[in-house]
Design a protein around this ligand. Structure first.
Ligand code: TXA
Ligand code: MG
Length: 348
C-alpha cells in the first residue's frame, strides 16, 4: 500500500473526508457506515440533507468464485438485487454507471436521504479501486464541488472548491470521462422499467440493449424520469454552473445574415466565445470578443474537457460567455444536458 492510500484509509477510518479521483469526476468521500462522517459531506458541500449520496464499492474479489460475485457486492447494500442489476453490473462495472436499488436495512438514512432506495457505483479509476480495497467498505461520495457548482475533474479543481480546508486530496490525474455517471433506477422495473435519471457516458440505448437479452416482459422505459422531485440534484435545471453569465446560441445564429438570435450587446463589454471551428460571427459581436476557444467536434472529447473549460472561462474577467449550441444528435445528449444546466444556473 502506498503512503497516500495509507493516509487516506486512516483519515476515512477516523471519520474524516477524503477527495478521491474516479473516472467520471472527483468525489468527496466518507465511510458510508459512519453517519457523523457522512454528515460532514453535506456540511462541507453546502448540500441540502435530503439529497441522497452514491455508495462506491470495490470490485468483487476474483478469487471468491462463481457468478463473478457482483451479487455479493450488491447484497451488502441492497435487499433486492434483481437479475437486471446483475446484468448491468456484469456489463458496465467497474465504470460510469450508478444503479438505484431497494436499500438494505443497514444503509444509513444520511446516505439515502431517508428514501427506501440506494445508489451504488463501482468506479473504474485504479486509485479509487485501490483505496476501496484497502478501506474494505463502501464510500459515500458526491462530486467534490460546492452545491450547484461545476464538478471537479482534476485534484486542483477540488483544491479550488475547498481552499481553506485541510482535506486530503488523492491526485489521480484528470478524469478520463469528465462528466458524472449515468444513473439508472431499477426500483420500478415492473411498472416503468429501467429509468435513466441522469444521462452520462453510458447511454440509455446501451442499457436497454444490455437488458433486452435477459427479459422481454419487463417494460423498458424510453423516457427520462419526469419526476420533479429533486431526488437527483443533477436533475435540477440549474446545476454545474459557472458564476459568469453563459448564453448558448444556435449555430450560425451570430453570423452576418442571421436574424434568429438577438443579443443585447450594450449589456456586455467583454465576451468569451466558445465554438466549433468554422463558425463565423458578425463584426458587432466580434468587437467585444476578448477570448476565443475552439471545442472538439466529438462528444466524448468535449465531455472530458467541458468542466475544466467552464472553470477556465469562469476565471477570465469577462461578463458573458457565448457558447455555440451542441448538435442535436443523441451521441451529444449527456454533454448537451450538462451544458444546458450550466447555462441556466450561470450568472447567479
Ligand atoms: O460520477 C458520479 O456519479 C460522481 C462520482 C464521484 O462517482 N458522483 C456524483 O455524485 O455525481 P453526486 O452526489 O454529485 O450526484 C449523484 C446523484 C445525486 O443527484 C443524487 O440525488 C442521486 O445521484 N442519487 C443518489 N442516490 C439516489 C437514490 N437513492 N435515488 C435517486 N437518486 C439518487
Ligand atoms: Mg454533483
Amino acid at each position: 500500500m502506498n503512503d497516500q492510500i495509507r493516509q487516506a484509509v486512516l483519515q476515512l477510518k477516523a471519520g474524516h473526508l477524503v477527495a478521491i479521483p474516479t473516472e467520471t469526476v472527483y468525489g468527496l468521500a466518507a465511510d458510508a457506515n459512519n453517519s457523523e462522517a457522512v454528515k460532514k459531506i453535506f456540511a462541507t458541500k453546502g448540500r441540502p440533507s435530503g439529497h441522497p449520496l452514491i455508495v462506491h464499492v470495490a470490485m468483487p474479489n476474483p478469487s471468491s468464485g462463481s457468478e463473478s460475485n457482483w451479487g455479493a457486492v450488491l447484497r451488502q447494500w441492497s435487499r433486492d438485487v434483481s437479475p437486471e442489476a446483475l446484468v448491468l453490473a456484469e456489463k458496465f462495472w467497474p465504470g460510469p454507471l450508478t444503479m438505484i436499488l431497494p436499500k438494505a436495512k443497514n444503509v444509513l438514512n444520511e446516505v439515502t436521504g431517508g428514501q427506501e432506495t440506494v445508489g451504488i457505483r463501482c468506479p473504474s479509476h485504479p486509485l479509487a479501486q485501490h483505496l476501496l480495497n484497502e478501506f474494505g467498505g463502501g464510500l459515500a461520495a458526491p462530486s467534490a464541488n460546492r452545491f450547484g457548482r461545476i464538478s471537479p475533474t482534476t485534484a486542483e479543481h477540488v483544491k479550488d472548491e475547498f481552499p481553506d480546508s485541510d482535506l486530503l486530496i488523492l491526485d489521480g490525474g484528470p478524469c478520463a470521462v469528465g462528466i458524472e455517471s449515468t444513473i439508472v433506477d431499477l426500483t420500478r422495473l415492473d411498472s416503468e422499467g429501467a429509468v435513466v435519471l441522469r444521462l452520462g457516458a453510458i447511454s440509455q440505448d446501451q442499457i436497454h440493449a444490455a437488458l433486452s437479452h435477459i427479459n422481454s416482459q419487463r417494460h423498458l422505459s424510453s423516457a427520462q424520469s419526469s419526476s420533479d422531485q429533486p431526488r437527483v440534484s443533477g436533475s435540477l435545471s440549474a446545476h454545474y454552473a459557472p458564476r459568469t453569465k453563459m448564453l448558448l446560441y444556435p449555430s450560425h445564429g451570430l453570423n452576418q445574415s442571421s436574424q434568429g438570435f438577438q443579443l443585447d450587446l450594450k449589456n456586455f463589454s467583454k465576451i468569451a466565445w466558445v465554438h466549433f471551428s468554422g463558425e463565423t460571427i458578425n463584426p458587432a459581436v466580434q468587437q467585444k470578443i476578448v477570448e476565443e476557444f475552439l471545442i472538439p467536434n466529438n462528444p466524448t472529447k468535449l465531455a472530458k474537457e467541458l468542466y475544466a473549460l467552464l472553470r477556465k472561462l469562469d476565471k477570465l474577467s469577462v461578463d458573458l460567455i457565448l457558447f455555440e449550441s451542441l448538435p442535436n444528435d443523441s451521441s451529444w445528449d449527456a454533454v448537451r444536458d450538462r451544458l444546458g444546466r450550466a447555462s441556466v444556473g450561470s450568472g447567479i
